[in-house]
Design a protein around this ligand. Sequence first.
Ligand code: SF4
Ligand code: SF4
Length: 424
Amino acid sequence: MALEDYLSDAKRCCRCSYCKWIPLAQVKSWRFAKGCPSIAYKNFHSYSAGGRLAVVLSLSEGRSSYTDGLLDVVYQCQMDGSCDVACKICRYHMEPLEAMRELRFKLVEEGQLLPQHIPVIDNLRKEDNMVMKPKAERGKWSEDLDIKDLTTESAEVVFHGGCQLGFDEELGKVARTAVTLLKNAGVDIGIIRGKEENCCGGKAYDMGYRGEFIKYAENNIEAWTRAGVKTVVTSCSDGYFTFKRLYPDIGSKFEVLHTVEFIDRLIKEGRIKFNKTIPMTVTYHDPCHLGRLGEQYIPWQGEEKKIRGQIVVYEPSKPRNNGAGGIYEPPREVLRSIPGLELVEMERIREYAWCCGAGGGVREAYPDFSYWTARERIEEAKSTGAEALVSACPWCERNFIDAVNGNGDKMKVYDVIELVQQAI
Ligand code: SF4
Ligand code: SF4
């Protein structure tokens, strides 16, 4: 697709502002009614999906040009897709998120780069990771782990650690625990060890660097094919989205599972059993890339027609990608199956979840906005009375841990897998 394919969406946008809120039927309180972090933080229409569609239109019609202000509007956005879900409540088939993606691709292709992203992408090109680290430091979590190395061996399942788990000394244990649990349950699993593992390319894609995404997708698909892999498993929700939703366009045919899906399956098959009780009340944060963006995306190609010059119809009919098919139950089922654990829900959950603040290159470019977004979620978690905030994505968890520490909160932050391990 290209930006031109979304011009008709930009024209259909009626400035209703649904995209700024969670759908009205889902609102439980004024405090947690907002859906879009960007407009909530900046409080100016341009910093919303509707505002960005206006930018798409004015750029395409030559009514505006590239300025620092325009770059700011385009990039102070988490690319989390809450707007897209809310917009579809009324305009079933509009795709503001896809339009905003194409806008970023266009800016990058035309050399309109956000200065804060340049060193991140330079490091990616040189060191194959998105966290500004030398590649030699990757994968310390697996250094002494007895597990197949798929650079020389083969296995049915590959576990992809990804950039955040691959370099984060505190969170590396999540990858180590996940791989160990799956191996102990009898899964034929391996990893691309150490610095040989590559970035998935998904964060670069979200920042607008489509070329980098394609390069990493091709490298990973080749490495997995060489190792005879059938299933790709990851604990990283960004990676999950990238492998499941984006890689098929590059020819990938692998089954893709998030760890929580695999663990849920193993618990139900009796291959993981709990022996300990965890007396704790927790709340679960749906990562955007596992939830609303983690559903199977059905692309559409066809013709848009107007009846009586006004009513838009699509031939063939257009699928409605509204996030309802995301991965919501497996992590909750896992948490509910842990003896003693009580799961209480926040107000904004599932496809209406508030973003963690680490998406779309915002953590890298606008740390204050990223921190504020995470703080908002922590306040929502605190309002449930939970002792811990649990998630299934290391990017969310890192942002939450930093925001909790920055404020001196008592809230603990866990990955689902850590609680599973504690209960075995
Ligand atoms: S993007 Fe959708 S929800 Fe937002 S103002 Fe436009 S039509 Fe309304
Ligand atoms: S992707 Fe997120 S931050 Fe960007 S416009 Fe949509 S809801 Fe707002």
